[in-house]
Design a protein around this ligand. Structure first.
Ligand code: T3D
Length: 262
């Protein structure tokens, strides 16, 4: 695996770190491929019960590496844009459909696809010095990495349009106020605060979390009646897990449940 994406698995928590600090974790082809493959690995590994996605250095991720991109454009014209199908779509889908919670620890600026990856995560915790920037229209591109789907759901259609038409840095405090992040902490506190949230999720009822994630995604595109049916199917599956039985037994005994993810 390329060292531009670091992977560590400890006690059910997979930490994925974008590691091109000198390039503000801009996404060159090597990094995009490594990130896509690393997310796929985490998704399929039953030992992984939660994922923490972050960046090294002063940025979370500034999106497409525009220095590499300009060369690709010169060489291949519009063909360079197949990276959306080859990389951005699978990466975004891997985060959004990961059958376990994904926490984005936004340690610095998250722009373009970098913001898209954070928006696709289940939980965002952000340093007070960090910011989001949709960026795309600034270089005459449309939204990708799912931003046209996630952003209106997070902040509403009107505000999403404003942020896409007029890209700007949305600093942490504003991000919190408009619903772009769940929590803001100081940059010094971010690593431990993010780890605490992610560990808590890694120690949780993994199958139930996967079902919650699946039913919310399903509900976004289906009617109430269809969603009720889906919830029913998923609840039968969740009700058959060891974690459910153990948790109900623990409740009755007035004990704290210990989830194993099965
Ligand atoms: O085909 C396709 O590629 C389609 C897919 C697109 C997906 C996308 O992600 S498109 C969006 C690409 N990203 C951007 O347009 C963001 C561009 N960057 C910025 O707007 C600003 O740099 C930031 C708002 C992110 C941060 O501003 P600031 O003032 O903190 O930093 P800076 O001074 O602008 O940048 C610092 C360095 O990082 C600088 O390099 P230097 O001068 O020190 O050598 C700058 O060039 C570099 N940098 C920032 N963003 C990118 C980048 N280098 C390559 N690619 C970048 N995206």
């Amino acid at each position: 695996m390329a060292d531009t994406v670091l992977y560590e698995l400890t006690d059910g928590l997979a930490t994925i770190t974008l590691n091109r600090p000198d390039a503000m974790n801009a996404l060159d082809n090597t990094t995009k491929e490594a990130l896509r493959d690393t997310l796929t690995r985490a998704s399929g590994d039953p030992a992984v019960r939660a994922v923490l996605l972050t960046g090294s250095g002063r940025a979370f991720c500034v999106g497409q590496d525009l220095k590499e991109h300009v060369e690709a454009l010169r060489a291949a014209g519009g063909q360079a844009l197949s990276t959306v199908q080859d990389h951005y779509n699978p990466i975004t889908l891997a985060i959004a459909s990961m059958p376990k919670p994904v926490v984005a620890a936004v340690n610095g600026v998250a722009a373009g696809a970098g913001a898209g990856f954070a928006f696709a995560a289940d939980y965002r915790i952000m340093a007070d010095t960090a910011a989001f920037n949709t960026a795309f229209a600034g270089i005459a591109l449309t939204a990708d990495s799912g931003i046209s789907w996630t952003l209106p759901r997070l902040v509403g259609t009107g505000r999403a349009a404003e942020l896409l038409y007029f890209p700007r840095s949305v600093k942490a405090q504003e991000a919190l106020e408009i619903g772009l992040t769940h929590r803001v902490v100081t940059s010094g506190e971010l690593p431990s605060a993010a780890l605490e949230v992610a560990r808590r999720l890694a120690e949780g009822p993994t199958a139930a979390y996967a079902a919650i994630k699946e039913s919310m995604a399903f509900g976004a595109g289906h009617s109430l009646a269809e969603t009720l049916e889906k919830e029913g199917e998923l609840q039968i599956a969740a009700g058959g897990t060891f974690d459910h039985l153990d948790a109900v037994e623990a409740f009755v005994k007035k004990e704290k449940p210990r989830f194993t993810g099965r």
